[in-house]
Write a protein that binds this ligand. Structure first.
Ligand code: SF4
Length: 275
């Protein structure tokens, strides 16, 4: 069987371990893969466990950590935890960018000197169209948060999730993210994936495991093939891309992942641009 180091070196497996910090969210976007919202089951990974996993991942040869949810900044101790995590490995946090009021920004300030990057969702250059999908005042909060975070020295990426046909608005969205201080290399564009609430709403593109870039992803429920795998539909966790209910030691889900990778057809590469 291929080793972890060989799989990462050959770009067969991502060098980042993703952690689902929680599943609840202050928003309830129409295409949300995890059906997140204020009242859903939280499925939290506790901060001490996340820190342990980061140490273990580093020891095994992973080189980056990703935090996603739900909205990670609903975890009360997240800014302080990011400081600790980033002392182990560089961290990327996916966030909706709507919670950065003054008090949270003050707690974020030390992260300007840490290896932490935020990836904030912004889908459309028009506030009304953007907020139809993502909720009231989403646009305003994001365009205020991005310069504030950059001003603290925290790198920011913008992630745009596109419905069919939205691409014609991309040039205006790109002008906007540049005005906010985010360059083209830090703008991620991807399609809606037909899972979770998107599937219930008949939106998005269907993806099989061969279409998804393999990146080890841990949640309170187990280890999964990709951060796009531990989705929820009608309140039930999807397990079609579950690798293992056991997440620790990390070698267990890594072995499961390497076994699946070994069974992939020769030359199989992910076909969807959904990183
Ligand atoms: S897409 Fe993101 S911001 Fe929107 S409800 Fe889901 S987790 Fe929250």
């Amino acid at each position: 069987m291929t080793t972890l180091a060989e799989a990462i070196a050959a770009d067969q497996l991502g060098d980042r371990v993703w952690l689902y910090s929680n599943y609840h969210c202050n928003l309830a976007c129409s295409y949300c893969l995890t059906e997140s919202g204020p009242k859903v089951e939280r499925r939290e990974l506790d901060p001490a466990t996340m820190l342990d996993i980061a140490h273990e991942a580093k020891g095994m040869g992973f080189t980056r950590i990703g935090i996603t949810g739900g909205e990670p900044f609903l975890v009360p101790e997240l800014p302080e935890m990011l400081l600790e995590l980033s002392a182990v490995l560089p961290v990327l946090v996916l966030t909706n960018g709507t919670l950065f009021q003054r008090s949270l920004l003050e707690r974020m300030a030390p992260l300007g000197a840490a290896d932490v990057t935020l990836q904030i969702s912004l889908d459309h250059p028009d506030p009304v169209t953007n907020d139809v999908m993502r909720g009231p005042a989403n646009f305003r909060k994001v365009v205020e948060a991005v310069p504030a975070l950059l001003g603290l020295g925290i790198p920011v990426r913008i992630a745009t999730t596109l419905e069919d046909g939205d691409a014609e608005d991309l040039p205006r969205l790109c002008m906007l993210h540049r005005e906010l201080g985010v360059g083209d290399d830090d703008h991620v564009v991807r399609p809606i994936l037909r899972r979770g609430r998107a599937e219930s709403g008949d939106m998005g593109v269907r993806a099989r495991y061969l279409d998804l870039p393999p990146e080890l992803t841990l949640t309170a429920d187990g280890a999964f093939w990709s951060p796009f795998a531990p989705t929820v539909r009608q309140g039930v966790l999807d397990t079609d891309l579950l690798l293992s209910r056991t997440t620790r030691p990390l070698q267990r889900p890594v072995d499961a992942m390497l076994t699946v990778l070994g069974g992939r057809p020769a030359g199989a590469d992910s076909t969807l641009n959904i990183r």
